[in-house]
Design a protein. Structure first.
Ligand code: SF4
Ligand code: SF4
Length: 351
């Protein structure tokens, strides 16, 4: 749910606060309406995002006092984490902190925040938070996926690393040569896959979310379409109480599912469309992302390029699968470790 549309940063690829034409800056519905809506779900997971949700840490803690949830999840830029009461912090199953990898990449796109984010991430662990702590990257032109993921994995406070490619709704001027970057990115993914399997042979499962999520689909034949669950079993509540399938395009007509007065079971569902339905990779890709599947902001060629990154990553994981099965037979790894995520923790799986 959107706790606020305001943000205290203005990152290059995002631009900061959500425009008022899309939703009001602050929540306009009553807390009891929210409590009533959520009570219709017997085991809800509630994710707080925005804008920057911790600008309304007061409201977040009030909501956590008022609703029963199986999981609380927080997506934050990390700058205000130290303002959260420790007793509430410990209630989260997953905290996703935005950081783009190495300091120079993070500071370039996010405006010099790297040191403050790292300080707060250390504090979160120091005060006893034991849940998942996911470093969430935006992969863009300066990203070297191999180096940036390895850098974040080397920070012991993070349990996992996840990323999304800054594609399709990225500001026009941000990319100079997306085609060339995709080539470099795909070869970085191959390198990362080799590193992943080499560590696996030593008995260590690295917390690389896109790898684990795809391996879950391959090994357990379980995936959602889209993997984030948007429009099927995951919905976003806007600050004015509308229910939308996907939080990033709250103004799109196809994205409107109802409002908090609508009974949970009567919400409109939003489904994937072709070409992803009949694609041979959809068993693992799940169409990547509802917005990407339904809009063609970068045209067919842009779709093909982004889609090629999903295919490449899936092929790499398929190639690793026989080795992983062998390692599991030898008792080097537990297959269950690839059952990730164990619940919808808002990671989109396919970058
Ligand atoms: S690989 Fe491409 S076409 Fe296939 S499901 Fe994914 S995004 Fe859709
Ligand atoms: S992956 Fe796509 S559909 Fe899912 S939440 Fe993100 S933008 Fe929305």
């Amino acid at each position: 749910m959107f706790l606020t549309a305001r943000c205290n940063l203005k990152c290059t690829y995002c631009g900061g606060s959500i425009e008022e034409s899309i939703m009001p800056p602050e929540i306009t519905y009553r807390l009891d309406e929210l409590v009533e809506f959520i009570s219709q779900d017997s085991s809800p997971s509630i994710a707080f995002y925005g804008g920057e949700p911790l600008l309304r840490a007061d409201l977040m803690m009030k909501i956590m006092d008022s609703v029963e949830a199986e999981h609380f999840i927080l997506q934050t830029n990390g700058l205000l984490l130290h303002k959260v009461d420790v007793n509430y912090l410990r209630k989260f199953s997953t905290i996703l902190v935005s950081i783009d990898g190495r300091q120079e990449v993070t500071d370039h796109y996010r405006g010099g925040v790297y040191d403050r984010v790292i300080r707060n991430v250390r504090w979160v662990r120091k005060v006893g938070y034991e849940g998942e702590l996911i470093a969430r990257m935006v992969a863009t032109e300066k990203t070297d996926i191999y180096s940036d993921v390895l850098h974040l994995l080397s920070i012991p406070q993070f349990s996992h690393v996840h990323w999304q490619i800054d594609a399709v709704w990225s500001p026009d001027s941000l990319w100079r040569d997306f085609t060339a970057w995709v080539k470099k990115y795909n070869s970085g993914i191959s390198r990362l896959a080799s590193y992943f399997i080499s560590r696996l042979k030593e008995g260590e499962v690295l917390g690389i979310v896109p790898f684990l999520g795809v391996l879950k689909a391959i090994l357990f034949q379980e995936n959602m379409k889209p993997p984030c669950g948007s429009g099927i079993d995951s919905f976003a509540i806007t600050t004015d109480g509308r229910i939308v399938a996907c939080p990033v395009c709250a103004d799109m007509p196809w994205n409107q599912c109802g409002d908090i007065a609508t009974h949970y079971r009567k919400l409109m569902k939003v489904y994937m469309v072709e070409p992803c339905l009949s694609c041979e990779y959809s068993f693992a890709c799940g169409g990547r992302c509802l917005f990407f599947n339904r809009e063609r902001l970068w045209g067919d060629e842009g779709f093909r390029l982004v889609c090629s990154t999903a295919r490449h990553l899936i092929e790499e994981m398929m190639e690793l699968t026989p080795e992983i099965l062998k390692l599991s037979e030898q008792g080097m790894v537990e297959l269950n470790e690839f059952y990730y995520p164990k619940f919808n923790n808002t990671t989109e799986i396919i970058p």
